[in-house]
Design a protein around this ligand. Structure first.
Ligand code: G
Ligand code: G
Ligand code: MN
Ligand code: NA
Length: 254
């Protein structure tokens, strides 16, 4: 496909970008993390394709393995930059796709990148979807166990939208559930957030943290905070931004 060829060329030419979206502690209202999100800038101020289009193509073509390593390196550099400004940021979340688990070297690769970037393992949070966890459970679980023994944190992304059973979920070595934005949107539309409430209760009883994604209103933030949800991320607080803009945004917190 032409799009894949263009993506490979632009990646190798250094034209991809990683933006960051802040994550806030609901208990303190202060920034505590940020998620690394790929962007494919085009000519001018626009984008060639959104990640919802090009990430699946990068996965299909295998290019995501190289791109994913680069995103981890970028996260290491971003960690150094946020550490220099006393931001309160304790972790950077990075999305990881199934092809990155296939060569059996993900933990080793990550250990190498963390060492080279001098990023502490606890400052890295990997986000995997339920489908990643279910695709090749033995291989994925082995890698996640090694990573968690190193101190790396693991979150299940888009939680509640996949096909994993509670039994499969119980077998996963994870730290946190990232509640899908569709459930957060329900908080204001009559279903009243009962799914969010149930997910937070499940997490609390099983010793997991929770992060709500797609928080867009003060009402949602208040509801989540009252439930004891740990963190929140969404347009209500901040959109994904280039690193220099995130660093400025962090400075607005006294
Ligand atoms: O901002 P948003 O449109 O950025 O991102 C859409 C989706 O693209 C995210 O939910 C995530 O699943 C995926 N994505 C963004 N950045 C990355 C990345 O670095 N690696 C992987 N595997 N997926 C990413
Ligand atoms: O990996 P994940 O699907 O969680 O990536 C986050 C995605 O959610 C990105 O595409 C990001 O741009 C998007 N996003 C972040 N905050 C909001 C929000 O408040 N509302 C909506 N609709 N999307 C958001
Ligand atoms: Mn994510
Ligand atoms: Na998500």
């Amino acid at each position: 496909l032409d799009v894949i060829r263009a993506l490979r060329n632009d990646f190798r030419a250094g034209k991809l970008a990683v933006w960051y979206q802040p994550q806030l502690s609901l208990a303190t209202g202060r920034p505590c993390g940020m998620e690394a999100l790929l962007r494919w800038p085009g000519e001018g101020s626009g984008f060639v394709q959104p990640p919802s289009v090009f990430v699946p193509l990068a996965e299909y073509s295998g290019l995501i393995v190289e791109i994913g390593e680069w995103v981890l390196q970028q996260a290491g550099e971003a960690w150094r930059a946020v550490s220099a400004v006393e931001s309160g940021i304790t972790h950077i979340a990075v999305n990881v796709s199934i092809p990155q688990f296939r060569n059996g070297k993900l933990a080793e690769t990550i250990a190498g990148i963390l060492g080279a970037q001098r990023m502490p393992p606890y400052a890295l949070e990997l986000e995997i979807t339920e489908s990643v966890a279910m695709d090749e459970p033995r291989r994925v679980i082995t890698a996640l166990k090694t990573l968690r023994e190193m101190g790396v944190r693991v979150a299940i992304d888009d939680f509640g939208t996949g096909y994993s059973s509670l039994g499969q979920l119980q077998a996963l070595p994870i730290d946190s559930l990232k509640i899908d934005r569709s459930f957060v949107a329900d908080i204001a539309n009559g279903r009243g957030g009962s799914f969010v409430e149930t997910i937070v209760a499940l997490a609390q009883k099983t010793g997991l943290e929770t992060i709500a994604e797609g928080v867009e209103t003060a009402e949602q933030a208040g509801f989540l905070r009252a439930l004891g949800c740990t963190e929140a991320q969404g347009f209500y607080y901040a959109k994904p931004m280039p690193l220099d803009e995130v660093l400025n945004w962090l400075q607005t917190f006294p």
